[in-house]
Write a protein that binds this ligand. Structure first.
Ligand code: GLP
Length: 241
């Protein structure tokens, strides 16, 4: 695990964008695993700007998102599909048909999870998997006690995660307690894993991920076992290291 401590969230976004740009120079038809949450938004803006300037292109890229809420239609403003379209895909030259988000509204969720895993394998696997981290150490929606070899599946959210994400929902709005998420085993198969963490609220989770034991209590700690995991943190998120 390589830990890179940078001054600010802007530096984190630029460094992350450089890694995506280098991968696209090596292979314009790369496969990216993408993440939601507030942390990667600056990185997406950086990539949008570089795409606009013609420094990189997503024309041949395929993407697979990490997770999705269950029982929210894709058009719902809080669905991760909606988030990805409005924060990233609508602003770059990617073919929308090449962007996939785990199915949150499938009639048969178990079969849909198997299909999602198969689609990732058929694409040749993921070149860069982008991740944020929850305050409780979750990656995707793999909450503490998730099996470290898990695959894409339905997961119940913890109270802490529901509370953390409540800021995105308006008062009285239905907030799902279930999700579909790539598993930790799925994430570990990506050729490069790139985790971003910024701000003081992530400092304890970053410490547990980097310095703690590898444990299902901190799902992100599994990345200690990954042959090419890069953790980009700003000074605030690194403050307990
Ligand atoms: C959600 C997402 C995670 C994300 C986490 C942190 O729970 N499922 O993928 O890493 O939130 O979000 P934020 O970046 O907003 O702190």
């Amino acid at each position: 695990m390589k830990v890179v401590i940078l001054d600010t969230p802007t530096d984190v976004a630029r460094y992350g964008a450089d890694l995506f740009q280098q991968q696209l120079q090596r292979n314009p038809a790369s496969v990216f695993g993408l993440a939601t949450g507030s942390t990667p938004v600056q990185l997406y803006r950086e990539l949008i700007e570089r795409n606009r300037q013609g420094l990189l292109s997503f024309r041949e890229v395929r993407t697979f998102n990490l997770d999705e809420y269950m029982d929210l239609p894709a058009t719902h403003p809080q669905s991760y599909r909606h988030f990805m379209n409005s924060e990233f895909f609508d602003h770059i030259d990617i073919d929308p048909a090449n962007t996939r988000v785990p199915p949150g509204d499938a009639a048969d969720p178990i079969a849909a999870c198997t299909d999602y895993e198969r689609a990732i394998a058929d694409a040749g696997g993921i070149d860069i998997q982008l991740l944020g981290i929850g305050r409780n150490g979750h990656i995707g929606f793999n909450e503490p006690t998730s099996c470290l070899t898990s695959r894409t599946r339905v997961k119940t959210l913890t109270r802490e995660t529901i509370e953390d994400n409540a800021r995105f929902f308006s008062a009285g709005e239905h907030q799902p307690h279930l999700s579909v998420t790539m598993g930790i085993g799925t994430i570990m198969e990506a050729r490069l894993v790139l985790l971003l963490a910024t701000g003081e609220s992530k400092a304890a989770a970053v410490k547990a991920m980097v310095e703690g034991p590898v444990s299902a209590w901190c799902p992100a700690s599994a990345l200690q076992m990954h042959p090419a995991a890069v953790v980009l943190v700003d000074e605030a998120a690194a403050s307990q290291l």
